[in-house]
Write a protein that binds this ligand. Structure first.
Ligand code: NDP
Length: 481
């Protein structure tokens, strides 16, 4: 008997859905159903939006210190439930146990720490030199649509700033990962987030997501997912002139210079491992490795070895390993890219099509490396969202920058170099929202987001809080405020 999780979290209570549609949630490692959820329709979204709208005036009127106190309780409860979150994420999307706890679930804590650190910096009211008083106010009811690849990461990056700024919201998580989202609602409930401030409706993007994006009582949409989904949300939100922030895909370049010297092996190995992290299902994964020609063959060998040595298997086992892809559809999509790259003439140097040897169940793919990838190849341009690394040589710095910027996306870029002057010069020339030098990771509270077709807006810390605020200019007689 599959556990029944068909209720939605609306107005602070688990509520029966109006929609009769149901979906079973699958464990991608075992291909077994692990829960039954409801797929909401317009009437469910209407109920959730009405609840968020009703809660808005009181929540918007709370003092920042009251909201901070609620967020501090959320932090406590999130820490206490981190292991539950990790287990749920492993079960519904296949992230390996250690990584699910240390990264997938941990960011629920670290993002909140980042928001709390930034919270006191918000000038809720200030006076401009010209005398005008500026008030920062919550934008209103927010519709939040999140994907399956880093489910708690993206929920935390949207729900927490909404709560912090005095907004109320309706979350529609991916239908592939609804269970961690429901667990997160339990955390917020236990922490004392007032009824109606956060609401959850499960459902498909084209039905529940579109109903939310179109809803006249929603003031802002924040979406993370595919470019196709993001453009659909933008179109649906346009008629009611909502603010829309989008965090979309990437095809992030990783420039490896010969001046890494003795660090070359470590830098290339870490880069390849990062590409395969989360089975390659990260929007900011360093998927295009551009290597200076004098060290190209060595880099190819190192990356291929990392792929060959990556353990792929049961994600419930602790330790470094790669789990399955999220779904059969995602597995087929990735296989299509692997087959296409071979047909188009890229040189396969590790991995390849099919499941890893000896694995006959679950959506497991092989860590795969293609060398001699050119800008004419599909895997140069399109987000594979699987464990597939593309390697290309370059002659000099100018060519490296040109190749790196030859993309419709602009989310992250990576640089491996031993020369600080080069790092500064190249980082400035890269058209990307985030540049990581020599594996330096993102710090909590830093802005996450990209240029161009990677989206609009930034998430995390002060920049992420500002997305949820309106600016009011108060023109008043001198001496009044
Ligand atoms: P989607 O963009 O379809 O899914 C992301 C979220 O958007 C889900 O909650 C989805 O709902 C929702 N959604 C989809 N269509 C609409 C719509 N018309 N209106 C409102 N919401 C919508 O991504 P997929 O799951 O289909 O993955 C496809 C590809 O997208 C991947 O291979 C990858 O390249 C990219 N992707 C990028 C992500 C990123 O972080 N940048 C995250 C996920 C995917 P539901 O799925 O429940 O129907």
């Amino acid at each position: 008997m599959i556990p029944d999780r068909i209720q939605f979290y609306i107005g602070g209570a688990w509520t029966a859905p109006v929609s009769p549609a149901r979906l079973s949630v699958e464990n991608p490692a075992t291909e077994q159903a692990i829960a039954l959820i409801a797929l909401g329709m317009d009437a469910d979204i209407d109920a959730a939006v009405a609840s968020a709208r009703a809660a808005f005036p009181d929540w918007a009127a709370t003092r920042p210190a009251e909201r901070r106190a609620v967020l501090e309780r959320v932090l406590e409860v999130t820490r206490a439930r981190q292991a539950d979150l990790a287990r749920t994420i492993t079960a519904e999307m296949g992230a390996p146990a250690t990584m699910a706890f240390e990264e997938q679930a941990a960011v629920g804590v670290s993002h909140l720490e980042g928001f709390l650190a930034a919270f006191d910096e918000i000038p809720w009211q200030e006076r401009l030199p010209n005398g005008t008083v500026i008030r920062r106010e919550p934008i209103g009811v927010c519709g939040l649509i999140t994907p399956w690849n880093w489910p708690i990461n993206q929920i935390a990056l949207k729900v927490l700033p909404a709560i912090a700024t005095g907004c109320t919201c309706v979350l529609k998580p991916s239908e592939l990962t609804p269970l961690s989202a429901m667990l997160y609602m339990e955390i917020l409930d236990e922490a004392g987030v007032p009824a109606g401030v956060v609401n959850l409706v499960n459902g498909s993007g084209p039905v529940a997501g579109a109903a939310l994006s179109r809803h006249p009582d929603v003031d802002m949409m924040s979406f993370t997912g595919s470019t196709r989904g993001g453009t659909a949300v933008s179109r649906d939100a346009a008629a009611t002139v909502k603010r829309v922030t989008l965090e979309l895909g990437g095809k992030s370049p990783n420039l490896v210079f010969a001046d890494c010297g003795a660090d070359l092996k470590a830098r290339v190995a870490a880069s390849a491992a990062e590409c395969f992290l989360n089975s390659g299902q990260s929007c900011d994964a360093p998927t295009r490795m551009l290597v200076e020609r004098s060290v190209y063959d060595t880099a190819c060998e190192i990356a291929a070895r990392v792929a060959d040595e990556t353990i792929v298997g049961d994600p419930t086992v602790e330790g470094d390993r790669m789990g399955p892809l999220v779904s059969a559809a995602q597995w087929s999509r990735v296989q299509g890219y692997i087959d296409g790259a071979r047909t188009e003439g890229a040189r396969l140097i590790a991995g390849g099509p099919g499941r890893p040897e000896g694995v006959n169940r679950g959506h497991f793919a092989r860590p795969t490396v293609f060398a001699d990838v050119t800008p004419d190849h599909t895997i140069w341009r399109e987000e594979v969202f699987g464990p597939v690394l593309a390697i290309t040589p370059f002659a000099d710095e100018a060519e490296a920058v040109r190749l790196a910027n030859d993309t419709d996306y602009g989310l992250a870029a990576y640089l491996q170099t031993g020369d600080p002057a080069r790092a500064a010069r190249v980082a400035a020339a890269l058209r990307a929202g985030m540049v990581h030098v020599n594996g330096t990771p993102q710090s909590p509270g830093s802005p996450f987001g990209g240029y161009s077709m990677s989206g609009t807006g930034r998430e995390g810390g002060l920049f992420g809080l500002e997305e949820y605020l309106e600016i009011k200019a108060l023109h008043m007689p001198a001496g009044w405020n």
